[in-house]
Design a binder for this molecule. Structure first.
Ligand code: IPE
Ligand code: IPE
Ligand code: MG
Length: 265
């Protein structure tokens, strides 16, 4: 097994690159919540002749960096896709290494996350995960409640369809209990039954790795979300790419089906 240290060395030169800066427009229009599909770890490893799990380690390392950029830019929430409800289809060895990495990430970086003021939250079918992962999640959530620089939401065993099915099940139970009438149901009732109803909807989804799809991420929330795709694998996604995404986001007009400010007069 290649030691994570080997991977950290590979990442070092990349970390020094600071890249371009935020535009004034971007500074005035920072998204409150940015979501990321952390994809391309396997290809990153393959390109270097390393086993796939090395790519996952490199991806986790990049997540640390990413949190720092979010804090620097004044982003309050980030949701990162780390393991999907479909990722169980991967070979058992890879699934096991992802669970192990999850535990190691917190063992290694808990103090650093605390020092940076990162609050941890999780979304997904967490009850189906190994007990050790569930225990780590509960500890990380409980010990970070008071931190307020950034909320890092890790989507782990997350699927957008599963989230909607869960919310629908809760709605049906409320109807059955007589708390709600089916004809009175609104979007807000469903939203309130998603995994983290208090978290504002993400403004932007970033997907590195060259794929142009959502892969079952944040299906309900993505109705009017802005999308940004990067032709770079997640472990290579750096501050320069992130700055470009935020600058691009700030230059867009979000109309939600209405008219732009100029056209409204
Ligand atoms: C994303 O990287 C991480 C997970 C899905 C767990 P991949 O493992 O999907 O990397 P590629 O897409 O095969 O390169
Ligand atoms: C999406 O990546 C899930 C995560 C990054 C955790 P996948 O690699 O699973 O998505 P597909 O299979 O390319 O659609
Ligand atoms: Mg992938």
């Amino acid at each position: 097994m290649a030691l994570p240290e080997t991977i950290f060395k590979l990442l070092k030169p990349r970390r020094k690159a600071s890249g371009s800066e935020l535009t004034r427009e971007a500074m005035a229009n920072i998204p409150r919540h940015v979501a990321v599909i952390m994809d391309g770890n396997g290809r990153w490893a393959r390109k270097r002749g390393l086993p796939r799990y090395s790519g996952h380690y490199a991806g986790a390392e990049n997540l640390r960096e990413f949190c720092k950029w979010c804090i620097e830019f004044g982003i309050s929430y980030t949701t990162v896709f780390a393991f999907s409800t479909e990722n169980w289809q991967r070979p058992q060895q890879e699934v096991d290494s992802l669970m192990k990495l999850f535990l190691e990430f917190f063992a290694r970086y808990e103090e650093e996350l605390a020092a940076e003021g990162v609050r941890l939250r999780f979304c997904g079918e967490t009850g189906e995960l190994p007990q050790s992962v569930q225990d780590t999640m509960q500890r990380a959530e409980a010990s970070s409640l008071q931190r307020n620089k950034l909320q890092l939401i890790i989507a782990f065993n997350y699927g957008g369809r599963r989230e909607i099915v869960k919310a629908t099940r809760d709605l049906l139970a409320s109807c059955k209990a007589g708390e709600l009438k089916p004809e009175e149901l609104t979007e807000e009732h469903l939203s309130a039954r998603l995994y983290l109803p208090d978290v504002p909807d993400p403004d932007l989804i970033i997907r590195p790795s060259v794929e142009l799809r959502l892969s079952n991420f944040l299906l309900w929330h993505s109705a009017y979300i802005e999308l940004w795709f990067a032709k770079v694998l997640w472990p290579d996604f750096n501050r320069h790419h992130f700055t470009a995404a935020i600058n691009d986001y700030a230059s867009r007009q979000r109309r939600y089906g209405g008219l732009s400010k100029e056209e409204r007069g």
